[in-house]
Design a protein around this ligand. Structure first.
Ligand SMILES: N[C@@H](CCC(=O)N[C@@H](CS)C(=O)NCC(=O)O)C(=O)O
Length: 213
């Protein structure tokens, strides 16, 4: 059986849990905390990050790579576009969302949620304000230009929609919501993705784990 090392609440692990759920693939969740500096875990993932997927002899260490593998190995239902140009656009939007956007959106989450709870430190509200006021808006404007008014980026729901929305789920745990007045398409996409039953089921588990909502 496929094993996924990680924890609920990570924007990257979330993608993998939800994708496997949407494909109807059974898997074992192996609890692995990020930032644990666990030498045994680093034997399978040299970066020590989550998620890691193990499928038989195969071990993969990055959510984008893992999701591509799942799509290729278990094609139904399709969760990435098949057209080469759309597929390339999907790759770019997932890369952009998983790097620059995640760094800022989960920066808010890290400061307000992880620092007090895990590291017993005060959040840096000046840094958070710099993210919200100056650094995030240009990225939100870019995403806004790639999201339709209704439906999903490629018509039907794909992993691109989840990849775009996932970092903002973490930001929402820290009290940040995308302003629907300024970025109505992104705010609408967030709501539509959260309404997907498989997404909602994983978010319910996260809420249970965080003891909130
Ligand atoms: N590019 C990686 C990023 C994974 C990642 O940064 N995961 C975080 C948890 S949300 C982590 O494990 N951080 C621990 C660390 O950076 O040491 C992916 O897409 O899987």
């Amino acid at each position: 059986m496929i094993k996924v090392y990680g924890v609920h609440g990570s924007p990257f692990v979330r993608k993998v849990y939800i994708m496997l759920g949407l494909k109807g693939i059974s898997f074992e969740m192996v609890q692995q905390r990020p930032f644990a500096n666990d030498p045994e875990y680093k034997m399978i993932n040299p970066l020590g990050k989550v998620p890691t997927l193990v499928d038989g002899e195969l071990t993969l260490c990055d959510s984008k790579v893992i999701c591509r593998y799942i799509e290729n190995a278990y094609p139904e239902p399709r969760l990435y576009p098949e057209d080469p140009a759309e597929r390339a656009k999907a790759d770019w939007l997932e890369e952009f969302s998983g790097t620059s956007v995640t760094e800022l959106a989960t920066g808010i989450f890290f400061q307000r949620f992880m620092r007090p709870r895990v590291f017993k430190q005060e959040p840096d509200e000046k840094f958070i304000s710099e993210i919200i006021t100056n650094r995030l808006p240009p990225l939100l404007a870019y995403l806004e230009g790639h999201i339709p008014q209704e439906g999903f980026v490629f018509g039907d729901f794909t992993m691109t929609d989840l990849a775009i929305v996932s970092p903002f789920i973490n930001a929402s745990y820290a009290g940040y919501e995308v302003d629907p007045e300024s970025w109505p398409r992104l705010a609408g996409l967030i709501n539509r993705v959260k309404a997907n039953p498989e997404v909602a089921a994983v978010l319910a588990e996260e809420a249970r784990m965080f003891g909130a909502r």
